[in-house]
Design a protein around this ligand. Structure first.
Ligand code: AVJ
Length: 327
């Protein structure tokens, strides 16, 4: 029965169908970022509890000299390639610095959203009239594959914001391994990791007092209503965030406050919720230093240099392909 309908469904519809048919029910955080979700995430980044963005921006602002040196050491020219740039605030700090140092530089943001790329490119074109910008819209790996050929310039891949935290451990390892396979020996990978810290600080970041994170999660139910003809009543769900310190994992759930049935037209389906049943929405993994070392090693990298903030809340880690392990 499922097969004939599934073929005609969008990836989003298919993933929602599979997720809400699973036990426990789950929805993927990769679908948070429609226009409304992107707007809510911008708001999250301004929240007093959401320390991640500020910590990383501080690292960039205070250590741009050392970061710039590490990026350019042993290379005459560099191509910054950013995976999922967002609004580019952090990257702008670094670009500004590198241009002032007269580094031979290009900037290639890669994003699945054409819209996001257009906005960012326009902003950077007016901010940095001399910067060569080559935006690419599409899947990270497809685009990286097309950029693979060495042009004698060092590619520095940027994967910031602890975006890696949304991947389960195994997928994160696989992701780094795939990046590795697309890199030349002189290329570098610069990754942002949110570190393990006081559990109370972490849980507050995902359960803010103003309820913006709750709205960010509930927006995915609204998105299903908008795009797939769902009839979720968001007042019947509440956001619940927890942090498990032994796993270093923050998780978000939407909890059905009552027994209810939700129908989704585009899926030709209804879904029953028990009272207090959870939908697992998002994992935001935190890291210990040994975890990061293990990731680097297992995916074929060596850690070249590390940039922490003063509180050790956050780490931007520069990796180079390890030479004893051709993949
Ligand atoms: C963009 C994946 C880094 O997990 O901290 C923020 C997304 N979710 N608040 C994170 C998010 C809830 C964010 N990342």
């Amino acid at each position: 029965m499922k097969t004939s309908t599934t073929l005609e469904l969008s990836q989003f519809a298919e993933d929602v169908l599979n997720g809400l048919s699973s036990t426990p029910k789950t929805l993927s955080s990769r679908y948070f970022y429609d226009d409304e979700g992107t707007r809510l995430f911008q708001q999250i980044m301004q929240l007093p509890e959401y320390y991640l963005t500020r910590a990383e921006l501080k690292i960039f602002a205070e250590q741009k000299e050392a970061i710039g040196e590490a990026f350019t050491s042993g290379a005459d020219a560099i191509d910054l390639v950013e995976l999922g740039a967002g609004d580019g605030t952090k990257t702008a700090v670094l670009i500004d610095h590198l241009l002032k140092k007269s580094v031979d530089l290009t900037y290639s943001p890669i994003d699945i959203s054409q819209e996001a790329n257009d906005v960012l490119s326009q902003r950077f074109r007016s901010q940095f009239p001399d910067l060569r910008i080559n935006p690419h819209t599409g899947d990270y790996f497809k685009v990286l594959g097309s950029l693979k050929n060495s042009n004698g310039r060092r590619k520095v891949l940027l994967f910031l914001g602890s975006n890696i935290g949304n991947f389960l451990q195994e997928r994160a390892l696989d992701f780094f391994g795939q990046l590795r396979s697309m890199m030349n020996a002189e290329d570098r990978l610069f990754v942002g990791f949110d570190m393990q810290k006081d559990p109370r600080v972490i849980v507050a970041a995902y359960d803010d007092a103003q309820g913006v994170t709750a709205e960010f999660n509930l927006n995915l139910l609204r998105r299903i209503n908008r795009e797939l003809g769902g009839d979720f009543d968001t007042s019947k769900f509440s956001h619940y965030a927890q942090y498990r310190p032994a796993e270093c994992a923050a998780r978000s759930f939407l909890i059905s406050r009552e027994k209810q049935t939700v129908s989704i037209n585009a899926l030709n389906s209804t879904f029953d919720f028990e009272q207090w049943e959870a939908i697992f929405m998002e994992i935001s993994q935190k890291y210990t230093h040994p975890m990061i070392e293990e990731f680097a090693e297992k995916s074929g990298f060596e850690i070249e240099k590390e940039f922490f903030d003063a509180e050790n809340f956050y780490l931007d880690s520069l990796w180079r392909p390890s030479q004893n392990r051709e993949r």
